[in-house]
Design a protein around this ligand. Structure first.
Ligand SMILES: *Cc1c(COP(=O)(O)O)cnc(C)c1O
Length: 399
């Protein structure tokens, strides 16, 4: 008997995603397998999350070890893995203290709360406004979608949070606005990921950092997509000659195990005191085991060197692909975060790639986003180019 209260034509899942017609059940390294046994080359890395490939042994071992001992522990007690990971993150960044949470949105939420509380309690009477940039993406909670300056993300969620304003990205005149406005903080990505794989201009970022320093504005960098080695250094800010006050992390931090964090300089970290922020799961023993294994591997192995070598190789291959297909207008990005600007709807290419057993992403209407794992090989890049070329050929032929 069918339960009379169920309506069989309605999915039990809410319609928050329009999914591609693939069901993945297994992954290893740069490959994933679907429920029919088909093998796909994965150049999405779970959207910059499986940076060491799928089910990396170095992380799996540490997770399995931790699974035997303790899964959960409230933050009312000391958690050794959390302390280890915080030490690793501060030793390898300009920051001094870490707060752990479970996702990117939560990390930016923590950054925004820290900025406000720092403005209100440490620098009493200062502005508590947070400035973000057009085409940014900072998450889906109410505060972070308000920080996200994209109409399609905010639409329907009014009233938005007060205390946010937006400036154009890579715009030098915007810096004058900051000088007069003197907000509590600016929050920005150094390569806008979801917004279309748009790298920040080096000189603009340096001037922005200078304006922040001279005007007591916290410089908060959202490294949720660009961090964990994605652009060729552990953090993208390290290529810009700046020192952020706050860095937000998630995606690649746990190799696929959910974890988020903010790293702050000691001065900014004064914004939080015991009781001012908290979380049940944030920094739990399992997540921080995954994080510790991931970060140790990135800083101790030659994976960053591989990112730089493979990024140069991938660039060359993408440029020659661009010369073959007139619908490819531009190749851009940083490290192994690449975008192809195309003249058609990018999801058409994603579908053709799936037919050729290749997984890639979009970033907005007309950008194909390419995010291989950081330990990708030359042979896998060749296979990728071959499959992508076939996808473009079938678009061109209209089949
Ligand atoms: C993915 C992403 C987020 C949101 O992370 P969630 O874990 O999905 O909440 C925020 N900022 C940037 C730059 C991202 O790429």
């Amino acid at each position: 008997m069918v339960n009379s209260t169920s309506v069989s034509s309605i999915s039990p899942l809410m319609a928050t995603y329009s999914r591609f017609p693939v069901t993945l059940v297994r992954g290893k390294g740069s490959y994933v397998w679907d429920d029919q046994g088909n093998k796909y080359l994965d150049f999405t890395a779970g959207i910059a999350t499986c940076n060491l490939g799928h089910v990396p042994d170095v992380v799996k071992e540490k997770l399995e070890e931790q699974l035997q001992n303790l899964w959960h522990c409230t933050n009312l007690y000391h958690i050794p893995n959390q302390e280890k990971l915080a030490e690793l993150l501060t030793a390898n960044s300009c920051g001094d203290q870490v707060f752990f949470c479970n996702s990117g949105a939560e990390a930016n939420e923590a950054a925004i709360k820290l900025a406000r509380r720092y403005a209100n309690k440490v620098k009493a009477n200062a502005s508590s406004e947070v400035v973000t940039f057009q085409h940014s993406f900072h998450g889906r909670t109410l505060a972070t979608l308000t920080a996200t300056a994209q109409e399609k993300i905010q639409s329907g969620f009014a009233p938005l949070m007060p205390g946010f304003s937006y400036l154009p990205f890579n715009d030098f005149e915007a810096l004058d606005v900051l000088k007069t406005k003197k907000p509590a903080a600016v929050l920005l990505e150094l390569v806008q990921g979801e917004g279309g794989v748009i790298p920040a201009n080096q000189e603009w970022v340096q001037q922005l950092a200078k304006v922040c320093k001279e005007n007591g504005i916290l410089l908060m960098i959202d490294e949720i997509q660009t961090g964990m080695g994605r652009t060729g250094t552990l953090f993208a800010y390290q290529q810009y000659g700046i020192e952020p006050d706050v860095i937000s992390l998630a995606k690649g931090l746990g190799s696929g195990f959910p974890i988020g964090a903010i790293i702050a300089k000691a001065e900014a970290a004064k914004g939080f005191e015991p009781g001012s922020h908290g979380t049940t799961f944030g920094g739990n023993p399992l997540a921080t085991a995954a994080g510790t294994a991931t970060v140790s591997h990135i800083v101790e192995s030659d994976v960053l060197q591989n990112v730089n070598e493979m990024a140069a190789y991938l660039d060359k291959q993408l440029e020659s692909l661009k010369n073959k297909f007139s619908i490819i207008k531009d190749v851009r990005g940083k490290g192994l975060l690449k975008g192809l600007v195309v003249e058609i709807n990018a999801s058409e290419i994603v579908l053709k790639a799936i037919a050729n057993h290749l997984l890639i992403l979009t970033a907005g209407q007309n950008i194909v986003r390419i995010l291989p794992p950081l330990n990708i090989t030359k042979e896998e890049i060749n296979e990728f180019i071959d499959k992508l070329e076939k996808a473009f050929q079938s678009i061109e032929k209209g089949v």
